[in-house]
Design a protein around this ligand. Structure first.
Ligand code: GDP
Ligand code: MG
Ligand code: K
Length: 298
């Protein structure tokens, strides 16, 4: 019997905001494709990171945070996340080793009970705890759900990430190589670029701007000189937020543009000219009809 059949499958990463899902994905894929931030819910769309080896391909889905919906966007995210869980081959439920079991975790565990997909409990940030603490975390979670594996890791430092990949590969069915080996994401560069800009706005404005912003790309073209020209609009909900994002004499927006441009240049490997506008679109989160316009997909 041959034991070198190619294995492939889809793996969904779920967990409360800030447990380290994007950090993990970026470490595995080795490129900045998921957006990292100290603010919760930075990742709203599905991001597929594709990890390819000689005999296996893992397609990761960085699922939007599953949590109790507070508004239309929340409902929408929930639906996307729940459908995703049923379609994938394996679910990684990631928790933060430094935080106790919270209501958010309990809510996710309830959702897991609705699916037959196997689930790994991934205990992240073990670099921040004493090894003795790990034992009690494992004991607590073991009783809550029949996890297929329990794997402690540090996504930031890389500890045990290789072992987790091995365990994932063991669970994958035989299957085709869905993507070329050099393809790390199926999202268009446009989406990554708007996410990079959004990340810079969230960082720069700290607590003043909630998650009620979206970034849409108006234009992107490579000119004869090899440089890429990008025009994008930052959409906020209130006039006051527009003022904050622009800043005194446009200082904030300039700073956002400078940082975003540096990241986009690194991503594209070309010189980039970035022009940003800010627009007020009142209450956009509750207007489901606009979701599609802002790039949300079901
Ligand atoms: P997400 O919301 O689940 O995608 O979380 P992120 O990947 O954005 O990470 C949230 C924060 O936790 C960031 O500041 C990361 O640097 C940090 N973080 C992620 N993984 C680890 C880890 O293994 N150890 C430590 N100490 N910090 C981590
Ligand atoms: Mg994330
Ligand atoms: K985050």
């Amino acid at each position: 019997m041959s034991n070198n059949e190619f294995k492939s499958g889809f793996v969904s990463i779920i967990g409360r905001p800030n447990v380290g899902k994007s950090t993990f994905l970026n470490r595995v894929i080795g490129q900045k494709i998921a957006i990292m931030s100290d603010k919760p819910q930075t990742t709203r769309n599905k991001i597929q990171g594709v990890y390819t080896e000689d005999q296996a391909q893992i397609v990761f889905i960085d699922t939007p945070g599953i949590h109790k919906p507070k508004h239309k966007l929340g409902d929408f995210m929930m639906k996307v996340a729940q459908n995703t869980l049923k379609e994938v081959d394996l679910i990684l439920f990631m928790i933060n080793a430094t935080e106790g079991l919270g209501r958010g975790d309990e809510f996710i565990i309830e959702r897991l009970k609705d699916t037959k997909t196997p689930v790994f409990l991934v205990i992240n940030k073990i670099d921040e705890i004493h090894p003795d603490e790990l034992f009690s975390i494992i004991t607590n979670y073991k009783d809550l759900y029949p996890f297929a594996e329990i794997v402690p890791i540090s996504a930031l430092q890389g500890n045990n990430v290789g072992r987790l990949l091995d365990q994932i590969k063991q669970r994958l069915p035989e299957g085709p190589q869905y993507y070329p080996a050099d393809q790390v994401t199926d999202h268009p560069e446009r989406f990554i670029i708007t996410e990079l800009i959004r990340e810079k706005v969230l960082h720069a404005t700290r607590e003043e701007i909630p998650h009620s912003i979206a970034v849409v790309m108006d234009s992107m073209q490579r000119r004869d000189n090899g440089a890429v020209y990008v025009g994008a609009t930052i959409i906020v909900e209130r006039d006051s937020q527009k003022g904050i994002v622009i800043g005194k004499q446009g200082k904030m927006l300039k700073e956002v543009g400078r940082k975003a441009r540096a990241d986009i240049e690194a991503l594209l490997g070309s010189k980039v000219f970035l022009e940003l506008w800010v627009k007020v679109q009142k209450d956009w989160r509750n207007r489901a009809s606009h979701l599609r316009d802002f790039g949300f997909r079901e």
